[in-house]
Design a protein around this ligand. Structure first.
Ligand SMILES: Cc1cc2nc3c(=O)[nH]c(=O)nc-3n(C[C@H](O)[C@H](O)[C@H](O)COP(=O)(O)OP(=O)(O)OC[C@H]3O[C@@H](n4cnc5c(N)ncnc54)[C@H](O)[C@@H]3O)c2cc1C
Length: 401
């Protein structure tokens, strides 16, 4: 094995795409990532480069101008990109989820309108479920869409939109009671609205305000925002799939592929932390020899590399399961849970290997240390993953006595 996290059975096309992305990451992302992150600066040049590589349309079908690639190809690209800088993978992730939801659930008119421009990166997607009072408990959503003639009027406040400012198409999950009698289960009375808007901050469309960026401890560069709807009018043909009441299922489908994606990010960040740790351990001398020659440090490296390999294998398995058309919520939940926990641990070990220098902003590991915790939260916390895994296990291993 020449390097960690190899994937068996890739096609020539997949290998070519990955090698191009890896090259781009090494030349265009890693050299500038830490500097941009410290300035919380949006990586405009990198995003233009990703557009040229066709990454915004990686999974969009060829008939709409995309590359029509699998979830596995996408996840492996995300792993490479996150190895360079996790924020860049965040920029394409919400776009990818919205394109996926359109492909799976959109009306023909919605696909024709959005997918070709999304494949080019001209229309950029964000998705919005969370609100100030909820994240895990999606059924508690209080933002509401009420039908008035041929339109819906949306009111409510959303929280934590990755790419909230830079996107031009937001998939917003709201309660929509129309057509659903009183007492309908919450998840059956939710609708995904496709909200088009200008990029930027302030009132980006009548009735729609994106206040400034949320100041975060890490995962900088990519904008994370609130979204305020105050009498926002949306034409009825911008209900995803054309029918109300399906939003919860559509969003959960999107989040399921998003989980593979977050697992892939965890793999990428952990790989980079390992690379930094193994390199530093061979350069730093204590007690007359490189610290890599002390058994305690070698054991750390061994544990880190094993975690990188295990997380990669689970992520690949979850992506392949989805690509085969099978239900993958169990595998995606396990991959997301394990990869994010291992990522945090590998980053911490690399940080410890750096001694005091790990605490200095001059060293890349300082950035990774602030980035890894986001993976424990996004696309469902560890506790939520364990709830999904536990429920599925009880379905599979139902007691027959
Ligand atoms: C940087 C960033 C970007 C984000 N981007 C997006 C985005 O693009 N779109 C979007 O919609 N959301 C986004 N989110 C929101 C994210 O999905 C939520 O933060 C996440 O789902 C957790 O929700 P919460 O923060 O409300 O925590 P809560 O749901 O309030 O949970 C708080 C704690 O309680 C635990 N908990 C909750 N319920 C249970 C339970 N039943 N059993 C045991 N423990 C429980 C949780 O695991 C957690 O530890 C983003 C968040 C961050 C930080």
């Amino acid at each position: 094995m020449s390097r960690l996290a190899q994937t068996a059975g890739l096609t020539d096309i997949q290998q070519e795409i990955l090698s191009t992305v890896r090259d781009f990451v090494d030349k265009e992302i890693i050299p500038v990532a830490t500097q941009l992150e410290h300035r919380d600066e949006y990586p405009t040049d990198i995003v233009e480069g990703l557009k040229e590589l066709g990454l915004f349309g990686l999974m969009i079908p060829e008939e709409y101008g995309g590359l029509g690639e699998s979830l596995l190809t996408y996840a492996l690209c995300v792993e490479e990109i996150a190895r360079g800088w996790m924020s860049v993978s965040g920029i394409i992730n919400t776009h990818f989820i919205v394109a996926y939801m359109l492909k799976q659930h959109g009306t023909q008119e919605q696909k024709d309108t959005f997918l070709p421009r999304m494949a080019l990166g001209e229309v950029r997607g964000a998705f919005s479920m969370s609100e100030p009072a909820l994240g895990s408990d999606v059924s508690a959503i209080s933002s509401k869409g009420v039908k008035e003639g041929d339109e819906y009027v949306l009111n409510g406040q959303k929280m934590w939109l990755t790419n909230g400012g830079s996107s031009t198409l937001v998939a917003v999950l709201c309660r929509s009671d129309e057509g659903h009698p009183e007492g309908t289960a919450p998840h059956k009375s939710m609708t995904t609205f496709l909200v088009e808007k200008e990029a930027g901050f302030g009132e980006v469309r009548p009735g729609l305000t994106i206040p400034g960026k949320i100041d975060k401890m890490g995962y900088k560069g990519v904008d994370t925002t609130e979204l305020i709807m105050d009498g926002l009018r949306i034409p009825a043909n911008r209900v995803l799939g054309g029918t109300t009441g399906r939003g919860f299922y559509q969003m959960m489908d999107g989040v399921e592929v998003g989980r593979v994606n977050v697992a892939a990010r965890g793999c990428g960040v952990a790989q980079r932390a390992f690379e930094l740790g193994v390199s530093y351990a061979q350069q730093r001398q204590t007690f007359g020899k490189p610290i890599a020659q002390h058994q305690a440090i070698q054991f750390k490296l061994a544990e880190m590399a094993t975690k990188v390999e295990a997380a990669h294998a689970m992520m690949v398995n979850a992506a392949r399961k989805k690509d085969s058309g099978e239900r993958n919520d169990l595998e995606a939940g396990m991959a997301k849970y394990l990869a994010s926990e291992y990522c945090k641990e590998v980053v911490e070990d690399a940080f410890r290997i750096h001694g005091g220098y790990g605490f200095s902003k001059e060293y890349e590991i300082e950035r990774l240390y602030r980035e890894a915790p986001m993976l424990l939260i996004g696309e469902g916390t560890a506790e939520i993953q364990k709830m999904i895994i536990g429920r599925r296990l009880l379905e599979e291993y139902r007691f027959q006595g």
